[in-house]
Structures are given as structure tokens and as C-alpha cells.
Design a binder for this molecule. Structure first.
Ligand code: FE2
Length: 250
């Protein structure tokens, strides 16, 4: 996860990663055809880049069509290229000239939680949450967690994989208004949590985040309109990146 330019190898690394996420930049349009059709035009999307400041927009770990048809290229374009980018740009604007510009994204988020620095908190937390969200998904993901330590913990906490899916969906659909649903681990035990607006388990001390689904309307409304439950079900069935969750569980 890239938190700030200081954490990256520099702009060259950002540019390389951006090309990986948006191969159109490298002239590769064939791989950007949506999986469900051969008639849709190749994307012309260029990888968005944050404006000046210490924080960079994380490069997506896949192309902007790899989550389709569950999450369309259009939704990724707006969600990543407008909303996520907007949080990063606003954060850069707010920290410029302040001590916060020398701190990591995580330190900005934790250091401003519950303080008067509401703008820096909201935009740093939303940047962090979205970094985590994009990594919580992968092309052709979803389904049951592979056998192993995390699968055993899911069985211990929720009975079975279906029990986890039920609890996670309940949190995601039960979150009133904008927010997030998380799988978290605390002292080796798993639970599901929901958080409002920019809040997350790190600042609320709910445990170590393993997975997240974004339930702000901008995450699903273009594809699912008001059917948040359908979006969450599709996320669980077809997109969850269990490798990421397993790595976070340790
Ligand atoms: Fe979002």
C-alpha cells in the first residue's frame, strides 16, 4: 500500500505502476476490452495522478476493466479517478505548509482523529480506506477463503463461510448512510464491523483490518442503483481478494 511519495520509490515507480494499472498508457488496448463483450471500445482512460503535495494516488493493482462486470469501468473511472483522487488532492492542499505534510498517511489519520483537524482527518482516512478497498478486490476473486489459518478463524468466528458472508452482508447493508463494512482481527479472533463516513477500525481501535467493502453510494450506484445488497453479494461472490486478507491476518 502506498501512503505517501516518501514511501514510494519516486515518481518513476508511480508512473510504472500506473501503466500497469492502465495499459492504454503503454499502447496495450487489447487487454482493456471488457470481459463481457467484444464490441465495447477500448478504454482511453489515462491513469489519474494527484496534484502537488506529499501524498500520491495509489496505483490500482489491476486495470480499470478487470473488475467488470461486477464493478464497471465507468464506476472505477469515477470512484478511483474522481472520488479517491479528490481525497488525495484535498489532503495535499490541506497539509501544505503544515507539520502534517512531513508525516505518513497513517500518522495524519491517527493524529487528527477526534481533533479540530476534521478536513485532514476525513481526507487522510478516506485515502487510506480507499487504498485498502481497491486491494480488497481482485479479478475473478470471491468465494470461499482458501484453506488455512484464516479459513480456520472464519470457521471459529462465524461457523462457516456462509456464516461469514451473512454477517458481512448484514453489516454492509445495515450501515445507515455512507460508510464501510470490515472483516477485522483482534487477538486472533475475527469479527465484522461497520463504520460511518471516513471512520475505520484503526482509529476506532476495533482490530486489524483484513478486508473492506465501500458502501458509499459512489461505490455502486452507477451499476446497482439503490440495490446495495446486490453489490455486496457480488463483491463477496466474485471480487474478494482473499490473498490480501490472508496477508493482513499474518
Ligand atoms: Fe469510495
Amino acid at each position: 500500500m502506498s501512503f505517501s511519495r516518501r514511501d514510494l520509490l519516486g515518481q518513476a515507480a508511480v508512473a510504472t505502476a500506473a501503466v500497469a494499472a492502465f495499459p492504454a498508457l503503454a499502447g496495450d488496448t487489447k487487454s482493456l476490452q471488457p470481459a463481457t463483450t467484444t464490441t465495447a471500445p477500448a478504454t482511453t482512460a489515462a491513469a489519474p495522478v494527484a496534484t502537488g503535495g506529499p501524498f500520491a494516488l495509489m496505483a490500482l493493482p489491476y486495470t480499470d476493466v478487470d473488475l467488470a462486470p461486477v464493478i464497471s469501468q465507468n464506476t472505477v473511472g469515477f470512484h478511483y479517478g474522481k472520488h479517491h483522487l479528490g481525497y488525495v488532492n484535498k489532503l495535499n492542499e490541506l497539509v501544505t505548509g503544515k507539520d502534517w505534510e512531513k508525516k505518513s498517511l497513517l500518522d495524519c489519520m491517527k493524529g487528527t482523529y477526534g481533533t479540530d483537524n476534521v478536513g485532514i482527518y476525513n481526507n487522510s482516512a478516506q485515502t487510506w480506506n480507499h487504498d485498502f478497498y481497491w486491494q480488497s478486490m481482485k479479478k475473478a476473486g470471491g468465494g470461499a477463503c482458501p484453506a488455512g489459518k484464516l479459513a480456520d478463524a472464519i470457521k471459529a468466528a462465524f461457523g462457516d463461510q456462509a456464516g461469514f458472508a451473512t454477517e458481512f452482508s448484514k453489516a454492509a447493508t445495515g450501515q445507515f448512510g455512507s460508510g464501510w463494512a470490515w472483516l477485522v482481527a483482534k487477538d486472533g479472533k475475527l469479527s465484522v464491523a461497520k463504520t460511518s463516513n471516513a471512520d475505520n477500525p484503526v482509529v476506532l481501535n476495533l482490530g486489524t483490518p483484513l478486508l473492506v467493502v465501500d458502501v458509499w453510494e459512489h461505490a455502486y450506484y452507477l451499476d446497482y442503483q439503490n440495490k446495495r445488497a446486490d453489490y455486496v453479494t457480488a463483491f463477496l461472490d466474485k471480487l474478494v481478494n482473499w490473498d490480501f486478507a490472508i496477508k493482513n491476518f499474518g
